[in-house]
Design a protein around this ligand. Structure first.
Ligand SMILES: [Zn+2]
Length: 291
């Protein structure tokens, strides 16, 4: 398997959920080979079971329950965005149930959300006008060129199977002075290095690519973005969610037992800072010769 990003050779790094994560010898990008049609996969996989804990290895135990924590986490991103843009049109890509669309609207943005999951979009419609939402993958998006001031992707980038083309598409939707905000795992963080296959971001086949700051930077530059700011965030999570992560991605039997015993009462808030959530604010690189 050749590296998606730089074309160098890769080698098997870890096995999980029946998939092998390959890592590039040159740029260290991690990637899996998705043995199914991507569009069919994302449209069928991100169902009610995914968001509500029905899928054993899924990232969420109960996404709706986690809303107050998800909002706390989004608040930090909103503050960073407000340092660049106070208002304008905002698109949240991979918006799930639309919690960030809701917050951005409250903050004064004309905010839109898209998600491949028809289930999540149907839920989002309970609190966001239908005209602001699209159930679609990035390649299917139907917005006018250069129409957005801000495009955000929170914990979405690692789910894409062709991030290069997706970024090109998103670049075309962004105004020339717009900003792109991406938050994803850092596969070169200390937590990822120490935890190896138990690192919470290693959840194939949902997560297809595993970036670090260097190779994400290279990808952004290649498609015409300039990263202006890098930062890391911790996350507010419930005890229930932490145990869910430990029992699923960490494959801990003790956590599985505790999850079952404590589940009904485990809404205790925890703040976790592992240094493995990286984020960037990027702007468009404008070609000198193009008008
Ligand atoms: Zn590479």
């Amino acid at each position: 398997m050749k590296c998606y990003l730089c074309g160098a050779s890769t080698r098997a790094f870890i096995d999980k959920n029946g998939y092998t994560v390959f890592r590039c010898d040159a740029c260290r990008l991690g990637q899996i080979y998705l043995d199914k049609n991507y569009d069919d996969f994302v449209k069928s996989h991100y169902s009610k079971d995914y968001y509500m804990g029905g899928i054993e290895e899924s990232a969420y135990s109960d996404y709706k329950d986690e809303k107050k924590y998800i909002r706390l986490n989004f608040r930090k991103f909103l503050r960073k965005i407000l340092a660049y843009k106070k208002s304008g049109k905002l698109l949240d890509v991979g918006c799930a149930m639309g919690y960030f669309v809701e917050m951005a609207t409250e903050a004064g943005f004309d905010a839109y959300g898209v998600d491949a999951s028809a289930y999540a979009i149907a839920e989002a419609k309970n609190h966001i006008p239908e005209s602001k939402l699209q159930a679609a993958t990035i390649s299917d998006l139907d917005f006018p060129e250069k129409s957005f001031d801000v495009i955000t992707m929170f914990d979405v980038f690692e789910h894409l199977n062709d991030p290069k083309n997706d970024l090109k598409k998103l670049r075309s939707l962004l105004k020339d002075d717009g900003i792109l905000v991406i938050a994803t795992g850092d596969a070169n963080s200390l937590a990822a290095t120490l935890l190896r296959r138990r690192w919470t971001f290693y959840i194939p086949p949902e997560h297809i690519f595993y970036f670090d700051r260097n190779n994400l930077s290279s990808l952004l530059e290649e498609v015409g973005f300039v990263p202006k700011l890098w930062f890391r965030i911790g996350k507010w999570l419930s005890l229930k969610y932490v145990l869910h992560l430990a029992r699923t991605t960490g494959e801990s039997k003790v956590a599985n037992l505790l999850y079952k015993v404590l589940s009904p009462i485990a809404s205790l808030p925890l703040y976790l800072y592992l240094g493995d959530n990286m984020a960037t604010v990027a702007t468009k690189k404008l070609h000198v010769n193009s008008k």
